[in-house]
Design a protein around this ligand. Sequence first.
Ligand code: NAI
Length: 384
Amino acid sequence: MKIGIIGSGAMGTGIAQVAATAGNEAVIYDTNPAALEKAKSQLHATLNKLAEKGKISLTDAGHIFGRIFFGSSIHSFADCNIIVEAIVEDLAVKQKVFQDIEAVVSPHCILATNTSSLSIASIAASCQKPGRVIGIHFFNPVPLMSLVEIIPAIQTEKQVTEKAIEWVAFLKKDGVLAKDTPGFIVNRVARPYYGEAIRIMEEGIADCATIDHAMKEIGGFKMGPFALMDFIGADVNYRVTESVWQQFFYEPKFKPSFSQKRLFEAGYFGRKSGKGFYDYAEGAVQPQASPDTTLANEIFNRIIIMLINEAADAVMFQIGTAQAIDVAMTKGVNYPKGLLRWADEMGIASVVKAMDDLYDLYREDRYRCSALLRKMARENKTFY
Ligand code: NAI
């Protein structure tokens, strides 16, 4: 099978590596020749490094690199079976590229987009054959993250979805089906990890260091929310938050925070700019986490309950199955445990009570308990 990849940035390069490693031929093309040249030397260096480390043999590294071709125009995609688009996140630009590609490829070629935030239906709508368009959403860095969200649009033909599932399995990735709604699974369900952490800080209940410490030590998360937001960058994380909120017709539970907006406006993008929620300047004094274990437990409980509530809502609205959502959060953002498995362990009734306690206190829509959890508690049901 031959895979065409348009856009040789971080994602396109990773997708080419994974496809060629699995045994596909991959053609990669970028309108910017410098970006294509960079992808070529990067792929070469990465494969050699893997061979040096003994992860693959030098012969395999050569074979994998030999299966990657660097196209000179979109005409290089003429005999591809699947095209994956990984260009700039701009609907009009993507629509135009899909139209151009459709004029080049065979009628059976699948057209996939790696978009994180645009609707697949709106990209499909620009094509002559919208039924062949689907979302295949990889995570960064592609060779290391095993999750792939597969997102059929309402126009997508059933066999196109089936073929996409097959291909993702061939890549030895964990594919999950997600509904074409803002943020798909991961970028929706993860919102409270950031949003509730910021809310706790804004209310003065605890500082960044204490909240990060609670999520790591009690929750077992690899990175606390603030360290993670600084790693992702306020530019990216704030934009995603705002976009999900707007696309959900200004749903209050996704409302962005002023703290993050101000960091974004100030250019305090986190690690990459030297300052974010934390100060990364050399010698900067880092805040110390409070040793109060009761407080740490309260923080962890509040954030995990909000995450579980969002995951349950995503099940209720059939964004994904409970299994798909648990795979998505463990494989896409390295959560230590699936949120719905966590819900079962904590007890659905106690999750409902904790949400109702928050709602009673704040009387904000943000804290409404998912109807699915309430129903399950009444019926004494569990997710697994
Ligand atoms: P990037 O900015 O690293 O690379 C994009 C590349 O596309 C650039 O090399 C650019 O020259 C090229 N390009 C732009 N317009 C083009 C066109 N009309 N034809 C051909 N090439 C064109 O971007 P990145 O980070 O690789 O993201 C690509 C896509 O993947 C976006 O839709 C993004 O939302 C999505 N995505 C990004 C993730 C990330 O963590 N970076 C994660 C998952 C999805």
